[in-house]
Design a protein around this ligand. Structure first.
Ligand SMILES: Nc1ncnc2c1ncn2[C@@H]1O[C@H](COP(=O)(O)OP(=O)(O)OP(=O)(O)O)[C@@H](O)[C@H]1O
Ligand SMILES: [Mg+2]
Length: 309
C-alpha cells in the first residue's frame, strides 16, 4: 500500500515550554482508517493541527501525498478535510451557505448536487436554511462534518467527531466513514469511545505524553494483547478453589458458583481441556460455560497505565 501521510520526528514545544509532541513518526497508508487513541492532553489535537497547518511544529517534517506541509502548504492542505474538536462556526450564517462557502474556499466549483447529498447523508437537509445558532450541539457537529466533506478531501481528519452526539449520529457517521473508505479516502480519527475504534478502525495508534506508544493492525493488536476468560458455572457451590486446581489462574465468584479462568490466546494451548478434566476429577458438575474476550478498551487502559509506570 502507498503511504499518503508521512510524519518524521515531529515535535512541538508550545510557548511557555510545554513539550506536547516528542519526535513523533508515523506513516499512514492510503485508504486506511487509523484511530488515534490517547488520554486527554496526549497530543492528538496538536498532531492533527500541525498536519492541517493550524499549528507550526518546532521540529521534524511531514508530507501529505508527497507535499511538505510547510513548504507546499497549499497543495497539502487542498487534499485534507478536518472536522475540528472545537465547534467554530459563524452563528448567523445559514447551514447551506456555510457548507457552500467552505467548498469555495478550496477553489472548487459550486456543486449543489454534492452539497445536497452530503447534507442529506447527515440529516441536515431539512435544516439547510436554518441559522447555525438555531441548531443543537449535535447538529452543529454535523455541519462541521459537512464542511469537511464538501471539498472532497482525500485525507480526512476527524478529531472526536462523535463527542456529545447521539447514538444515531454516531451510527450515521460510521456509515459515512465506511462509504468514504470505499471511495479510497484515508481517515484519521481520534476518539475517547474506544468501541468506536474497535468498530471502524483498520489500525490503532496509541499516543500518550506526546509519544506514540504503538501503531498496529487492530485485529492483530486485539489478538496479541487480548485475554480471554472462560466462565464456568457450577451446579453446586464450593467454598474455595480445590487445592488440586491451584495451578490454574482461577477466580471464584462471591456466591461460590462461578469460576473464571483467564488465559491468553498466544500460547500453544489454552489449558481448557486439562482444566475441564481436572474439574470433573474433583467431582464438580458444570451447569454452563462461556468465553469472553477482552475489549480494545481494556487493552488501551492497560497500555496507557503501563506507559505511566
Ligand atoms: N496553545 C497551547 N499552548 C500551550 N499548551 C498547549 C496548547 N495547546 C495544547 N497544549 C497542551 O499540549 C498538550 C496536548 O494537547 P492536545 O490538545 O494535543 O491533547 P489531546 O490529545 O488532543 O487531548 P484531548 O483528548 O483532551 O482532546 C496538553 O497538555 C495541552 O495543555
Ligand atoms: Mg484533542
Amino acid at each position: 500500500m502507498a503511504t499518503i501521510v508521512k510524519v518524521n520526528d515531529l515535535s512541538k514545544v508550545y510557548q511557555g515550554g510545554f513539550e506536547a509532541l516528542k519526535s513523533v513518526s508515523i506513516s499512514i497508508e492510503q485508504g486506511e482508517i487509523l484511530a488515534l487513541l490517547g488520554p486527554n492532553g496526549a497530543g492528538k489535537t496538536t498532531l492533527i493541527s500541525i498536519l492541517c497547518g493550524i499549528t507550526s511544529p518546532t521540529g521534524g517534517t511531514a508530507t501529505v501525498d508527497g507535499h511538505d506541509i510547510i513548504t507546499s502548504y497549499r497543495q497539502a492542505r487542498s487534499l485534507i478535510g478536518l472536522v475540528p474538536q472545537e465547534v467554530a462556526l459563524e452563528p448567523f450564517e445559514r447551514v447551506i451557505n456555510t457548507v457552500r462557502f467552505s467548498r469555495g474556499l478550496f477553489g472548487k466549483n459550486r456543486d449543489d448536487a454534492l452539497i445536497e447529498r452530503i447534507l442529506r447523508q447527515l440529516s441536515l437537509w431539512d435544516k439547510r436554511h436554518s441559522r447555525i445558532r438555531e441548531l443543537s450541539g449535535g447538529m452543529k457537529r454535523r455541519v462541521l462534518i459537512a464542511k469537511a466533506l464538501c471539498h472532497e478531501p482525500r485525507v480526512l481528519f476527524l478529531d472526536e467527531p462523535t463527542a456529545g452526539v447521539d447514538v444515531e449520529l454516531r451510527r450515521d457517521m460510521w456509515k459515512i466513514v465506511e462509504g468514504l473508505r470505499a471511495d479510497g479516502v484515508t481517515i484519521i480519527l481520534t476518539t475517547h469511545y474506544i468501541e468506536e475504534a474497535e468498530a471502524i478502525a483498520d489500525r490503532v495508534g496509541v499516543i500518550n505524553h506526546g509519544e506514540i506508544l504503538l501503531v498496529e493492525e487492530k485485529d492483530a493488536l486485539m489478538k496479541r494483547m487480548g485475554r480471554k476468560t472462560l466462565r464456568i458455572d457450577l451446579k453446586d457451590p464450593v467454598s474455595a478453589v480445590p487445592a488440586s486446581l491451584s495451578d490454574y489462574d482461577l477466580e471464584l465468584g462471591a456466591d461460590g458458583r462461578t469460576l473464571s479462568y483467564h488465559y491468553d490466546t498466544r500460547g500453544d494451548g489454552t489449558g481448557i481441556t486439562r482444566l475441564l478434566q481436572a474439574l470433573s476429577k474433583e467431582g464438580l458438575s458444570l451447569r454452563d460455560i462461556q468465553t469472553t474476550q477482552s475489549s480494545l478498551e481494556e487493552i488501551f487502559v492497560g497500555l496507557v497505565k503501563e506507559g505511566a509506570a
